[in-house]
Write a protein that binds this ligand. Structure first.
Ligand code: GLU
Length: 484
């Protein structure tokens, strides 16, 4: 490398066989941050060589989730770029060309062994305590031998000639790592169905796309020696590798569905903010020296770097994510909060989108920090939109209101003549009538709350009543506490 540092090119390479999950999103984020921090390029490559399990819906979902998180890619699907196509399924000719070159250079060879034969010989090797990798039987076939096997109708896979010795690298996260080559044997790089293996496609693509840094989950560590051997065989320089630590659930097992939501789409559904998600994902295996917890995406771009990625596993803590969600929610200006809440209101049948934005903003302000995840908004504000059927606990409150009925009727009478119907005047009237009737304030407030809101808990009563408006408040109070 010259003193003029080469701009990094990194990639996120999801297999579109499901949703974008927490681990994948964290890998995407680290790559994105690394590229942005160092003025490099973030490539998105779709690894859809597994024809059976890859789906267009999954591709769509992954792209949507990445965009929702704010992780725009510079090259890839829907972005274009000079190194396309960015779907592996459209790059088969290239893999084939590279494969033929390796075969021509005798760095790879056709193997006709059937799965049954391989299994049998593996058992023998096991019993004899020999390495379990491929025994190299087809490595020394000549043309005639190959023709004979092909004539038997056998399909050929292609294997890489794996040299003896060991393969190692200096991992940017884990330091020196090395593996004995004999544990891999001559592994398959092209399957008999005419598709490259993951290992071969990844390496050809990383080489062709001029990837400088491979940042990926450490479940890929044992793949890396194979990848290095393929780079070597192709005569292409290998990128640097950074294997980021595994993410565990609270019980110490690898993070999975049994720990709750793992897909980014599901968190979105459940009302988490992308700001909170990104903040939380960044802290899964990375930290600053002062253990700072709160970051925006821009903060992360200026702070993130690989040397501070941890070698040890990260534990996913849903409570912390929830806390961050509430924090980032409160950091948004009320108008923005309202905008983000509208789809969640509407999802629960409240026509927030049709309401005056200034009014919605006030509703949001009244609810304050009670919203931990966005769908919480419905529970606290439903009464603004429609009548709420009181539950059993609420009906009990209404029945008990009999005891304070005179005070309630006085409050209703005062509300009727109240102008302006303001928070202060409402509070004053309720407090005075409770005091005059010599009953606890709560005993008057609670039935009013239940009568208007249909619930025992909700936002501050006085301000809510003001915002709801005098006529509507009176209507609900009169319905709950008729005078006759
Ligand atoms: N497609 C691989 C996966 O989804 C990632 C390959 C890589 O990062 O090298 O696990």
């Amino acid at each position: 490398m010259s003193s003029e540092a080469v701009k990094p090119r990194v990639r996120f390479a999801p297999s579109p066989t499901g949703h974008l999950h927490v681990g994948g999103a964290r890998t995407a984020l680290f790559n994105y941050l690394y590229a942005r921090r160092h003025g490099g390029t973030f490539v998105l490559r779709v690894e859809d060589t597994d024809q059976e399990r890859s789906t267009p819906e999954s591709v769509r979902g992954i792209l949507d989730s990445l965009r929702w998180l704010g992780l725009e890619w510079d090259e890839g699907p829907e972005a274009g770029g000079d190194h396309g196509p960015y779907f592996q399924s459209e790059r088969r000719e290239l893999y084939r060309k590279e494969l033929d070159r390796l075969i021509g250079e005798e760095k790879a060879y056709r193997c006709f062994c059937t799965p049954e034969e391989l299994a049998e010989r593996r058992e023998e090797a096991k019993a004899a305590g020999r390495p379990l990798g491929y025994d190299g039987r087809c490595r020394t076939l000549d043309d005639a031998g190959r023709e004979k096997l092909a004539a038997e109708g056998r399909l050929a896979a292609v294997r890489l000639v794996v040299p003896g010795g060991e393969t190692g690298w200096k991992d940017l996260v884990r330091g020196g790592v090395s593996f004995q080559n004999d544990q891999f044997g001559d592994f398959i790089i092209f399957k008999s169905d005419g598709f490259p293996t993951y290992h071969f496609a990844v390496v050809v693509d990383d080489a062709e796309m001029e990837i400088t840094h491979v940042i990926r989950g450490d479940d890929h560590i044992s793949n890396t020696p194979r990848h290095l051997m393929i780079f070597e065989a192709l005569g292409r320089p290998a990128p640097l590798f950074a294997h980021v630590p595994i993410i565990l659930g609270a019980d110490g097992g690898r993070l999975s569905k049994r720990h709750g939501a793992t897909s980014i789409g599901q968190y979105r559904e459940e009302g988490y903010l992308p700001e909170a998600m990104v903040n939380y994902l960044a802290l899964l295996g990375w930290s600053t020296s002062d253990s700072r917890q709160i970051f925006t995406l821009d903060d992360l771009i200026s702070e993130f770097d690989i040397p501070r990625v941890s070698k040890s596993s990260a534990t996913f803590d849903p409570e912390k994510l929830l806390w961050l969600n509430n924090f980032h929610y409160l950091k948004l200006p009320p108008a923005e909060r309202a905008k983000r809440l509208v789809p969640y209101w509407e999802r629960d049948g409240m026509d927030a989108g049709a309401r005056d934005p200034a009014w919605l903003e006030k509703v949001v302000e009244i609810v304050g920090d009670r919203v931990k995840v966005l769908p919480d908004i419905g529970r606290y504000t439903e009464f603004f939109f429609r009548d709420v059927e009181p539950g059993e606990a609420e009906q009990k409150v209404l029945r008990k209101a009999e005891k304070v009925m005179p005070a309630l009727q006085k409050v209703i009478a005062r509300f009727a003549g109240m102008d302006p119907f303001s928070e202060e005047a409402i509070e004053k009237a309720i407090k005075e009538e409770a005091a005059a009737a010599e009953v606890g304030l709560g005993k008057v407030i609670q039935p009013i709350r239940v009568a208007v809101m249909g619930r025992k808990v909700g936002p501050g009563l006085f301000e809510s009543l003001e915002l709801f408006g005098r006529e509507k408040v009176l209507e609900r109070l009169r319905a709950a506490f008729p005078t006759t």
